[in-house]
Write a protein that binds this ligand. Structure first.
Ligand SMILES: C[S@@+](CC[C@H](N)C(=O)[O-])C[C@H]1O[C@@H](n2cnc3c(N)ncnc32)[C@H](O)[C@@H]1O
Length: 197
C-alpha cells in the first residue's frame, strides 16, 4: 500500500535518516556480510536507506525495489552519480519480487511489511529470493504504534490481519527465516536479523 501524505512526511524527513543510521549501526553489530554479497532493499522509499546501506556496508551492488513510482523517482534524484552506479532502482511489489529464487545474499526491509495487506506472502518472497544462509535485516512496527487512537486517524495502513511480535516470528519461521538477533519492544516494533535455513 502506498503512503498517504502524513506518512510521506514522516519517512521523507531528516530525522528518519538519523534513526535509520542508528539502526544500521546496530544491525551491522548484530551481523555483518562481505562486500561481494548480492544485496537487495525492499520498500526502499526515497533511497535514504539505500544511501546508508552503501556507506555502512559498502556492497558492490544494491537492488532497491518500491511499489510507488514517485518514491523510486525521488530515490533516483537523491542518489549521487557514484551511488547510481551501485544502486539499481525498480518499481515492483514485493509480494511478487521480480528476481529469480536464491539469487540474493542479503535483503533489507525497513518499515515495509506492515504496509502490505498480504505481509506473509512478502515474507515468503523474501525467503524465496534469499540463498541458503542469506540474511534478512528487518525493522517493523506493531499496530499499537501505527493504529492507535491518534495514528489511525492520520496514517493509512491495511486494517485486517495485522501482525504483532508472535505473528511475525511465526511467519518468519514458516518461511525458514530464523531470527538470530533482535531488539524489540513488544508493543511497538522490532529491529532484527534473520537467516535463511
Ligand atoms: C514506511 S515506508 C518506508 C520507506 C523506507 N524504507 C524508510 O524506511 O524510510 C514504506 C515503503 O514501502 C513501500 N511499499 C508498500 N507496499 C509495498 C509493496 N507491496 N512492495 C514494495 N514496496 C512497498 C511504500 O511505497 C513505501 O515507500
Amino acid at each position: 500500500m502506498k503512503l498517504n501524505w502524513a506518512e510521506r512526511w514522516v519517512v521523507n524527513n531528516p530525522s528518519r535518516v538519523f534513526q535509520q543510521k542508528a539502526e544500521l549501526h546496530l544491525l551491522k553489530k548484530m551481523m555483518d556480510f562481505n562486500a561481494e554479497s548480492t544485496v537487495m532493499e525492499v520498500g526502499c522509499g526515497r533511497g535514504a536507506g539505500a544511501e546508508l546501506i552503501l556507506s555502512r556496508f559498502q556492497p558492490r551492488h544494491l537492488h532497491a525495489v518500491d511499489l510507488d513510482v514517485e518514491m523510486i523517482q525521488k530515490a533516483g534524484a537523491r542518489l549521487s552519480s557514484s551511488a547510481t552506479q551501485t544502486v539499481s532502482l525498480y518499481v515492483g511489489d514485493i509480494t511478487c519480487i521480480p528476481f529469480k529464487s536464491e539469487t540474493q545474499d542479503v535483503v533489507f526491509g525497513f518499515g515495509v511489511l506492515h504496509h502490505i495487506p498480504n505481509w506473509r506472502a512478502a515474507i515468503f518472497e523474501i525467503a524465496r529470493v534469499l540463498k541458503k544462509d542469506g540474511i534478512y535485516y528487518l525493522e517493523e512496527l506493531y499496530p499499537p504504534l501505527y493504529q492507535n487512537f491518534i495514528t489511525k486517524r492520520i496514517l493509512l495502513h491495511p486494517e485486517k490481519d495485522r501482525f504483532f511480535s508472535l505473528d511475525l516470528k511465526s511467519a518468519l519461521t514458516d518461511a525458514q527465516l530464523l531470527l538470530k538477533r533482535a531488539v524489540e519492544c513488544k508493543k511497538l516494533g522490532i529491529l532484527g536479523v534473520a537467516v535463511k535455513s
